[in-house]
Design a binder for this molecule. Structure first.
Ligand SMILES: Nc1ncnc2c1ncn2[C@@H]1O[C@H](COP(=O)(O)OP(=O)(O)O)[C@@H](O)[C@H]1O
Ligand SMILES: [Mg+2]
Length: 308
């Protein structure tokens, strides 16, 4: 018999990833129309990882992040973040989850900060709501602003900060209650390329320095070279994964790093062949699948008969 806490929902299932999503569906109903935003999405993120989610507009990135943030609930499937079962939480647990487990950064710089509060007051606010004492709050807020490189701008209001600086403050706000998980939905979307790269560099540093698990969404495929692992979503499903070949776990340099792309195979054996490949090979609706010398090959059914 094992001892220890086994009551209730506590104690993460042995071997389960920190973020564990399996066959996740999200269907939005708009009037009589149903929009399937996520269709059987799988996702695993280990504690302490930094992962980029990439995909074109409308592929389901924000839907996924909102679910991980506890802002929305899947229609079906399984999603766990740590011990939290995202499909079966009471409203009290949701509040607790959002306060303690997760920090969130929005794309819209203006949405992250209160315009009438200074940078340090913005960072202090979530700690105030969590009931921390004022001395501790101020110390930690200053510490965080130093960490994100804004030590000199603590008493500025958002309107006197650049877009990049505002996102740095937003990251400090999101980290104020020391959440183990930081989610950022296109935090560089409104920034120029250089400033965007700096923000991603900052996220990489925070991941290393604080050990915070980070999931950052972007529609920019170039970002796949700047984090350890990037997962591509196509049509509401995780389809491919891009891993850097060298420098495991190292932060970004800016120089292009060699990457390798893998197709993801779900529990039912489904893979999604990238559109470009389908087009290039002119594959139709039916393909022949063969194992040739240990490799799976797909050939268009008509390819043999067509001759050349
Ligand atoms: N609240 C909503 N109501 C209806 N449809 C939605 C809602 N949110 C997202 N969708 C739809 O779900 C799909 C995925 O959207 P989203 O997750 O925002 O994509 P992304 O962030 O990758 O651009 C889109 O077709 C979008 O129109
Ligand atoms: Mg989005």
């Amino acid at each position: 018999m094992t001892t220890g806490s086994s009551s209730g929902a506590s104690g993460a299932q042995a071997g389960r990833s920190y973020i564990y999503g399996n066959d996740v569906f999200k269907i939005f109903k708009v009037a009589d129309l149903e929009v399937v935003a996520l269709r059987g999405l799988d996702l695993k993120v280990e504690k302490g990882e930094i992962v980029a989610i990439i995909g074109s507009s409308g592929s389901g990135k924000s839907t996924l992040l909102n679910i991980l943030a506890g802002y929305d609930v899947p229609s079906a499937g399984t999603v766990f973040v740590g011990d939290y079962d995202m499909l079966n939480m009471t409203s009290k647990e949701v509040v607790e989850y959002r306060r303690n487990e997760v920090g969130f950064v929005w794309q819209q710089t203006a949405r992250n900060l209160f315009p009438y509060l200074t940078a340090i007051e913005n960072v202090e606010l979530p700690m105030m709501l969590a009931g921390r004492n004022s001395k501790l709050r101020r110390e930690r807020a200053a510490e965080l602003l130093n960490l994100v490189g804004l030590g000199e701008r603590m008493s500025h209001r958002p309107e006197h900060l650049s877009g990049g600086e505002q996102q740095r403050v937003a990251i400090a706000v999101a980290l104020s209650n020391e959440p183990p998980l930081l989610l950022a939905d296109e935090p560089t979307g409104e920034l120029d390329d250089e400033t965007g790269t700096e923000i991603l560099e900052l996220l990489n540093h925070l991941n290393v320095d604080l050990g915070t698990t980070i999931v950052v969404v972007t529609h920019d495929p170039a970002i796949s070279t700047s984090v350890g692992r990037a997962i591509a979503i196509r049509d509401g499903k995780t389809s491919t994964e891009i891993r850097r070949k060298v420098d495991e776990g190292q932060s970004i340099g800016g120089a292009a790093t060699e990457t390798e792309e893998y197709l993801l195979v779900d529990a039912s054996g489904r893979v999604q062949i990238p559109r470009e490949m389908l087009d290039e090979l002119k594959m139709g609706e039916r393909v022949r699948v063969e194992v040739v010398e240990g490799r799976v090959t797909l050939r268009d059914m008509d390819a043999d008969s067509a001759g050349s």
